[in-house]
Write a protein that binds this ligand. Structure first.
Ligand SMILES: [Zn+2]
Length: 497
């Protein structure tokens, strides 16, 4: 018996030793990331750039529903566009400007001297989400005032996405003023309705496709550097290499209806409830062994606590623990699997009338691991025991509803973004990430697989609440950072071959 216990202890020590070795060897950047030398950016007047962002915020380019702005309500867009011309004259001197389909989405072309080089496509959007009625008073400064106070520019669009738009203009205008002449053609596309459908960007991408344009890189909003990062508690830069897709399903049960005094068992609403419970208890599977999630954890590994690294490095044993720990946080859960969100419920219109039709709408955000067909198959399987359940796709009308492809890490584009993020953060870890929402850039995957979502800014974690929320704001310092970062990206993409 003693011998057996000693043997067991020995085996345990060997196993533990192996696991520790695996932990020490775990992590590192994905192979093939290019090391890029950066040029200094042009001189940017940060205060002036912040003032310009404040001015851009004052144009109420608010979209609420598909098709916005309605005919006759384009005023704020046209005024914002007139403002662009007067505020950034040097860029307007060197670039051609066209409107997409005669609409409000803009496409600028700054022709390069070497037409054989693939162009650079920079994207941002002009529209913003509304401020919820009754919450205006909760803001430290009125939401469409563009007020600068305590070192911040306040207002709807300060982060999403007028900061990108203004940062790009500041960079391009400063470069034009400096006499910079690109070798590679620079395209700037500014969608007008990203927050409702992105129809403008979709049309803009169609236009570029009709011209056979294959960009070297597409850069849009989506991620930035965050301090502190929820992963490590320290600054960290995320570069979006993929974004989740979108699918809504209607689950419907029809029944005879009648008076609620003599109800049947297992009525239509009850069967809908059982279907929702089945979906709740059977979440879509996670998979953290594939990019972008696998590359994210590996790239972040050196900065993760030892215990986290230990678990990640030994998923053959601790995979279940890793999964349940990450899944416990809604944002972590959304990062590793297709999420399931029942959102709308419909039944009878009166309390004493049995439902003849009960419907639930369930919104899925599709992980790059899954397809729409995977979700349909999953829903059918887990609800197969529920009689009379009809499953149909809700007509959400979002084009490209699947998750985006995962963009490569071993090309010039990722190397440039990685270098800019690294320099900007004084050496914080730079990791590839999965964007949980949707951006206009999802359409650009029709042109190239080199699509990235990154704003060169360092945002405090607490300020992330401003996205679509109260007190959306950005530091004055970050407005300067954006302008300089975009200029460095443009310069580095221009010198790389
Ligand atoms: Zn946005």
């Amino acid at each position: 018996m003693k011998k057996f216990l000693a043997g067991l202890a020995g085996a345990f020590i060997v196993l533990l030793g192996m696991m520790i070795v695996r932990t020490l060897n775990y992590g590192g950047q994905a192979p093939g990331i290019q090391v890029i030398e950066l040029s200094p950016p042009p001189i940017i007047d940060t205060d002036n750039a912040a003032n310009n962002l404040g001015e851009a915020i004052r144009y109420k380019t608010v979209t609420v529903a598909r098709g916005d702005p309605r005919p006759g309500l384009e005023g704020p867009w046209l005024e914002l566009q007139a403002w662009m011309r007067t505020t950034y004259p040097d860029f307007h001197r060197v670039a051609q400007r066209e409107t997409v389909q005669g609409g409000l989405t803009l496409l600028y072309t700054w022709p390069g001297s070497e037409p054989a080089l693939a162009p650079l496509l920079l994207m941002a959007h002009q529209d913003v989400v509304p401020v919820n009625m009754g919450t205006e008073g909760d803001w430290d400064a009125p939401p469409f005032s563009g007020t600068i106070q305590d070192g911040y520019v306040y207002g709807r669009g300060a982060l999403d996405d007028k900061a990108s738009m203004v940062g790009l203009f500041e960079a391009l205008n400063a470069l034009a003023l400096d006499g910079f002449q690109p070798r590679r053609t620079i395209l700037l596309m500014l969608g007008h309705d990203e927050e409702v459908s992105g129809s403008g960007a979709a049309a803009g991408v169609d236009l570029l496709a009709s011209r056979n344009i294959v960009p070297e890189m597409v850069l849009d909003e989506g991620f930035m550097a965050v301090t502190p990062s929820p992963l490590t508690g320290a600054p960290m830069a995320f570069i979006g290499v993929a974004e989740k897709g979108y699918l809504s399903l209607h689950l419907t049960v029809t029944a005879a209806g009648g008076h609620s005094s003599t109800p049947p068992r297992d009525s239509a609403p009850v069967r809908i409830a059982r279907a929702l419970l089945a979906l709740e208890e059977n979440q879509m599977p996670s998979n953290i062994s594939k990019p972008p999630v696998s590359t994210l954890f590996r790239a972040a590994a050196q900065d993760l606590p030892f215990t986290t690294r230990f678990a990640l490095a030994n998923q053959w044993l601790l995979g279940g623990l890793v999964d349940s720990t990450i899944s416990a946080e809604p944002a972590g859960n959304a990062m590793i699997r297709t999420t399931t969100a029942p959102t709308m419920l419909l039944g009878s219109a009166k309390e004493n009338v049995l439902a003849q039709r009960a419907t639930a709408t369930v919104n899925f955000r599709i992980h790059p691991n899954d397809t729409e067909e995977d979700i349909m198959a999953h829903v059918r399987r887990v609800t197969s025991g529920i009689e009379g359940l009809d499953i149909s796709v809700a007509a959400s009308g979002i084009r490209g509803a699947g998750a985006s492809p995962v963009s490569p890490l071993d090309n010039i584009a990722y190397g440039v973004l990685s270098a800019v993020a690294h320099e900007m953060t004084d050496g914080a870890p730079v990791v590839p990430g999965l964007v949980l929402g949707a951006t206009d850039s999802r359409y650009a995957n029709a042109l190239t697989d080199s699509v990235y979502r990154f704003m060169p800014a360092i945002v405090r974690a607490e300020d992330l609440r401003g996205f679509h929320g109260t007190n959306e704001r950005i530091t004055v310092e970050n407005v300067g950072r954006l302008a300089r970062g975009y200029a460095q990206i443009i310069l580095a993409m221009d010198t790389a071959n």
